[in-house]
Design a protein around this ligand. Sequence first.
Ligand code: S3P
Length: 172
Amino acid sequence: MKIILLGYMGSGKSSVGKRLANKLKYSFIDLDSQIENKTEMSIAEIFQVKGEIWFRNYEKQALDELLERDEAMVISLGGGTPCYGTVMEELLLHPNNMTVYLKTDLDILTDRLWPEMESRPLISHLQTKESLKDFIRKHLFERFPYYSQAKLTVENNADMASTVEKIVSRLF
Ligand code: S3P
């Protein structure tokens, strides 16, 4: 089985993914890190030099390569990965893919992303915390139709260990 974590930037996909993989003794892959390793560029550099469309095509290819591997793994997607092209449809097609949406409150996302905005190309232009919150609110509204198709939705607002427990108890 492949457990695929999706959710907005700052929802904890990588941290929860690592813990979950550790617990299940699955391998763990963070899609953004995979892309950074393969291209030898940071995500911010990729957006700046190659542009977002190039990035979206590349992330789809990188994900397809992972999904072809015959191996149990936990994969943390980028926040936008399931929201472009046919990615979500394809993820849902395969019975061995368990898609999990990590749902996090707007205020918590804003607090987590505010100190990290510079490294995140989609929000690095925002000037105030209030404008960041507005941006996230609208963006989440646009992306919710994709995220909400995940087979499982788990809240990740506070304690990551309990989020991992919730996922395990609902999957096995
Ligand atoms: C993006 C989220 C980022 C990264 C890129 C675009 C998005 O990943 O893929 O900056 O579109 O939401 P994280 O959600 O892991 O930060």
